[in-house]
Design a protein around this ligand. Structure first.
Ligand code: FAD
Ligand code: NAP
Ligand code: SF4
Length: 695
């Protein structure tokens, strides 16, 4: 199929825009929107919201969409019960005709928005990671990250699971989907049959690798039988599961070949189990880090192979295809960040793409906290029926003071709607605190958000006035109809005796490197900024995010020899600065507990491996030439440090707003200037976008 396809002749991305003929149907290009649970699946108006969400992406040029995972039965999903034992929340499943009806709204909307786009439904049986009291698995082995121990399937139970997969696929077909993706990775049911640690059976479903492959292969055969030949069936394998004792390369290759024989249309490569201790999509993972593994899988089969993970620009997608690492490129989070990704790439306007920065803050962190998915850089994601930037019929002249994330979002949304916007910033560049964040090793993607906003300001004709510290007179002279104060924050200066000692500095100086930092450092405050500062000052050498070899060493992955799971027997080797660091907080909780649900562990592990001393329950007594004096559980302790860096949170910078009020000039506050506590960029952009959508 692939070999016979000519390059599409696209001026910018010839491979990305080459159609793929599958025999019974054709994909219009090589882009796939990867599966993401959005939280809409379970909402009362969820199908309508999903219809709008996916239709917008189809209209935006994506070749094929894979939906969020839908369970084939109750035991494969999530059922939370109330105190009386009645189901209070059930994750979406598809195992009867009634449940198929809502899906029809989604498939119709997608095919109407783009008749040449495809949509496949992901069948996700969570197996031992399911959250219900009937969860099942090949063996009663509880995952490190699971809530319950699963029930071991008996022969009849196994037959039921297979039949439910086939039934689910058939129902998806009837609901108008172009295909299904069966997830056979991540620690979900099918993958747990493949790995010895989770499959301890001695019958025909366990023991030898042939027996361990039997269940996933039987699921594929029965699904194919149920849906016929002209229906896309994708199988998602863990091409490198990142588990100690996980699948060997030979096992992965054999599974790929067997899947082809069993009738899958394509293989999609996945790179982890949820319980693995290697980050595979976080911001410190290099772009396209794992496509070399897909390349090897592709060499084993003659059907198309899909790659994924940290492919967030059309350039990266094109180069992955040019290297022949894969036939298709799956991008999940980038489609949250910008629904028009492919349309913009097609038009040669890649610099207008709002790039996914791999922060996980509004997508995966929300999913794992049972909140509706969205996107830090695009709060419209999954809110397409609620948040829209419609043209205004009352254009106003608007002053926006402060070009941090809040001011940038406000200015660009207001301008997009037709308001005349003047954006001021005291500094010489837009971005606010993102200009600090982008300097943290592993946060290089933050440059992309600044690039995106700069381009939007230019395109929308916003009058940008940099190096302009705004005061009341500036606003009064401008005669604006509306003023939005987005002046952000000032770092909090804690009230500690000796805080003005010469060894003390703020996080801005520490990150900008404007003052020398000694060899023994105390970091006061262990929030997001305390962690970022500690990471920056303990870091040595190139950033792992920019160098796959450094990443592989730091996280103990052997891409070349592919031992079991890619990691078995490989020790992480951490480069670290010659510096002893204490990172501390007053709270009793574990240091770093407040960090992102899906990324916090990577930061804690990294700093732990660099030997950072993390202290909680501290009381700051004072700072003098001897160092930092503490009380820890009433025990006095002095840290003999030569530098103290303050990362003790932030206070809102509202002076301008207060002065405007005093002069009776109306103004509003947004972002850190309004409320600094727990204010991050996600909240700043979200608030500003909603407010600008309404003026
Ligand atoms: P700011 O970004 O502070 O912008 C305010 C702007 O107003 C500044 O550019 C300032 O120059 C300008 N200004 C102030 N007074 C005036 C005036 N009088 N006239 C003209 N201009 C003025 N958040 C996350 O969500 N995820 C992260 O991973 C993350 N990492 C971070 C890492 C670091 C090192 C830092 C420092 C912050 C990080 N943050 C992160 C926090 C995030 O950057 C802030 O929450 C966000 O920038 C707040 O946006 P804002 O627009 O309200 O304020
Ligand atoms: P933060 O997360 O609120 O952390 C502030 C830290 O300072 C806490 O550890 C707090 O712990 C300590 N602190 C507060 N008041 C203090 C005082 N008076 N004296 C001494 N210590 C004090 O804020 P931040 O680190 O400044 O970050 C600002 C915002 O940016 C936050 O919303 C954060 O989420 C966001 N951010 C996010 C990321 C990310 O990766 N997602 C990275 C950077 C920043 P104790 O009170 O226990 O001492
Ligand atoms: Fe990407 Fe962050 Fe948006 Fe998630 S929240 S899609 S990781 S930019």
């Amino acid at each position: 199929m692939e070999a016979a396809t000519e390059l599409g002749g696209h001026a910018h991305y010839p491979r990305l825009f080459t159609p793929l003929d599958l025999g019974f149907t054709t994909l219009k290009n090589r882009s796939i929107m990867g599966s993401m649970h959005t939280g809409l699946e379970e909402m009362p108006d969820g199908f309508d919201r999903m219809a709008a969400f996916y239709a917008e992406r189809a209209a935006g040029g994506i070749g094929m969409i894979i939906t969020g995972g839908i369970a084939p039965n109750e035991e494969g999903g999530i059922v939370v019960k109330d105190e009386q034992g009645n189901p209070a929340f059930s994750a979406s499943k598809l195992n009867n005709d009634q449940e198929a009806q809502g899906h029809r709204r989604v498939t119709d909307a997608v095919h109407k928005a783009a008749p040449d786009a495809k949509i496949c439904m992901q069948i996700l049986h969570m197996g031992p990671l399911a959250y219900n009291d009937q969860l099942v698995a090949p063996s009663a082995v509880r995952s490190r990250i699971a809530a319950y121990t699963p029930l071991e399937l008996d022969e009849a139970g196994i037959e039921k699971q297979i039949a439910d997969h086939a039934n689910c696929a058939k129902l998806a077909q009837r609901a108008g989907y172009d295909g299904v993706e069966i997830i056979g990775s991540a620690g979900y049911l099918l993958s747990t049959f493949l790995v010895e640690k989770t499959n301890q059976r001695t019958d025909q479903w366990g023991g030898s690798y042939t027996n361990r492959m039997r269940f996933p292969l039987e699921v594929v055969r029965r699904v194919r039988e149920a849906v016929g030949d002209d229906f896309i069936v994708i199988f998602r394998i863990a091409a490198m599961d990142m588990l100690q004792g996980g699948m060997s390369w030979d096992e992965v290759a054999e599974l790929a070949r067997e899947l082809e024989s069993a009738g899958v249309t394509m293989i999609s490569t996945h790179f982890t189990w949820h319980e693995s201790q290697v980050p595979t999509i976080a911001t410190m993972v290099p772009r396209a880090a794992f496509t070399g593994v897909t390349h090897r899988v592709r060499n084993e089969v003659s059907i198309p192979v899909i790659t994924s993970n940290r492919i967030n620009t059309p350039e990266v997608a094109e180069s992955v295809l040019a290297q022949e690492d894969a036939d298709l490129v799956s991008m999940a989070r980038p489609m949250l960040a910008d629904s028009q990704f492919m349309r913009k790439a097609d038009a040669g306007a890649a610099d207008e793409i709002n790039t996914c920065i791999a922060c996980n803050q509004a997508c995966l962190d929300h999913t794992f906290n049972f909140k509706t998915t969205s996107c830090l850089v695009n709060p419209r994601a999954c809110h397409e029926t609620l948040l829209n930037y419609n043209p205004t019929d009352n254009p106003k002249s608007v002053a926006v003071v402060g070009a941090g994330p809040a001011g940038l979002a406000y200015a660009t949304v207001a301008a997009e709607r037709g308001h005349r916007v003047t954006l001021f910033d005291a500094s010489g560049e837009v971005g606010g605190q993102f200009n600090l964040a982008k300097q943290v090793p592993g946060k290089e993607e933050f440059h992309e958000t600044i690039r995106y906003y700069k381009k939007q300001l230019e395109k929308l004709g916003v009058d940008v006035r940099l190096n302009t510290r705004v005061d009341v007179d500036t606003i009064a002279a401008g005669n604006f109809d509306h003023t939005m104060v987005a002046t952000g924050i000032i770092p909090r200066q804690p009230d500690i005796p000796g805080i003005d000692h010469p060894m003390v500095m703020g996080y801005i100086d520490a990150i900008n490197g404007t003052r020398p930092i000694g060899k023994k450092v105390a970091v006061i405050g262990a929030g997001g900024i305390g962690f970022d500062v500690t990471d920056t000052i303990t870091h040595e050498g190139p950033s792992a995010a920019l160098d796959i070899d450094v990443f592989a060493k730091e996280w103990g992955v052997d891409f070349e020899n592919h031992p079991r799971g890619g990691v078995t027997g490989v020790e992480p080797v951490v480069a670290k600065a010659d510096r002893e660091v204490w990172l501390m907080q007053r709270k009793e909780t574990k240091v770093g507990r407040g960090l992102g649900k899906t990324t916090g562990w990577t930061h804690r592990l990294t700093l732990g491996r660099r030997g950072v001393n993390m202290l909680n329950s501290v009381e700051y007594v004072g700072i003098d030439d001897a160092g930092l004096h503490l009380l820890i559980g009433n025990q006095p302790r002095t840290l003999d440090v030569d530098t103290v860096i303050i990362c003790a949170g932030q206070e809102p910078l509202r002076a301008l707003h207060d002065e405007l009020q005093a002069r009776d000039i109306s103004s509003e506050l947004v972002g850190g200037a309004e409320e600094a506590l727990e204010l991050d960029a996600k909240e700043a952009i979200n608030q500003a976008s909603w407010r600008a959508a309404m003026i």
